[in-house]
Design a protein around this ligand. Structure first.
Ligand SMILES: C[S@@+](CC[C@H](N)C(=O)[O-])C[C@H]1O[C@@H](n2cnc3c(N)ncnc32)[C@H](O)[C@@H]1O
Length: 271
């Protein structure tokens, strides 16, 4: 790839450090529960959670008895994960690293998970190969990714429409939420791939309150506002976001409620 992937990853570190991701991560904690249950994170299994962030999956998997390693690109989030683990008395190995270059020998884990994480690695084929490489024969991989058609996928498109275009070589992260694409990513694994569309509920006091919170706490939204506001270009983005939110809002009491769709992919590797 001709783009500077290291520069992209440096940008991602800054993006996920901006705002207050630990608070945002609570919105998707229930998805971590689904991943842990569906991947089978029971006692006696070695589990790697890739792009663990503040450790939502890692904490639940450790609570279920698995031996857990969490890896992430962003040191500030790993610090929070470390604090959570210490407070809970959970033994979790937390390592700074890159999904595209996992610092583990082949066949190290019985379970490999990623919850809205590996989807952000710039080289999708490389990252998928790494998930498979570090998994043992008979291991299970579980990945959650926003779908392009769902609420979050659509909000990514609204933002992208107001920001400079990314390099054309970069595939949109939401392709990890598209069944044919994710099947192709794992085609060489020899594993049995199953995909399931699911939703997670987002609920807030109002559309304005939800967007205000995003602008302050959600790294990508914080960065978009910082880039556009000085040029007077932020209001049109916010207006387009409000239109999307109004379209998907299921609340009729002034609040905001929607079901955000994601794809849950499970790969069962041959023994
Ligand atoms: C939306 S957050 C999800 C975090 C966590 N899995 C959760 O469920 O809350 C995306 C995460 O991906 C991490 N990330 C992005 N690119 C990465 C890469 N190339 N390698 C490892 N982690 C990466 C970010 O640092 C961030 O923690």
């Amino acid at each position: 790839m001709s783009v500077d992937v290291e520069a992209i990853k440096q940008g991602h570190r800054a993006m996920w450090t901006a705002g207050d991701y630990p608070t945002i991560a609570k919105r998707i904690e229930s998805v971590a529960g689904v991943l842990v249950e569906r991947v089978g994170a029971t006692g006696g299994v070695d589990l790697l959670d890739v792009a663990t962030g503040t450790g939502n999956v890692a904490m639940l998997a450790a609570g279920a008895g698995a031996s857990v390693t969490g890896l992430d690109l962003t040191p500030a989030l790993l610090e929070v994960a470390r604090r959570r683990a210490a407070e809970a008395g959970a033994q979790i190995e937390l390592i700074e690293g890159d999904a595209e270059q996992l610092p583990f020998p082949d066949g190290s884990f019985d379970r490999v998970t990623s919850c809205f994480g590996v989807m952000f690695a710039p080289r999708q084929e490389v990252a998928a190969r790494e998930l498979v490489r570090v998994a043992r024969p008979g291991a299970r991989i579980a990945v959650a990714a926003w779908t392009p058609e769902g609420f979050v996928g659509r909000s990514f498109r609204v933002s992208a429409g107001h920001l400079p275009p990314p390099p054309p070589e970069l595939k949109p992260p939401v392709l990890w939420g598209q069944e044919d694409h994710v099947r192709a990513l794992f085609a060489n694994s020899g594993g049995e791939v199953t995909c399931e569309r699911r939703t997670v509920r987002f609920e807030g006091a109002s559309i304005a309150a939800w967007l205000d919170e995003d602008e302050k706490l959600l790294g990508p939204a914080v960065m978009a506002k910082a880039a556009l506001e000085p040029q007077g270009l932020y209001e049109p983005l916010r207006e387009d976001m409000v239109s999307l939110y109004e379209e998907v809002n299921e609340a009729d009491d002034g609040g905001f409620r929607t079901e955000a769709e994601y794809l849950l992919t499970l790969v069962q590797l041959p023994a």
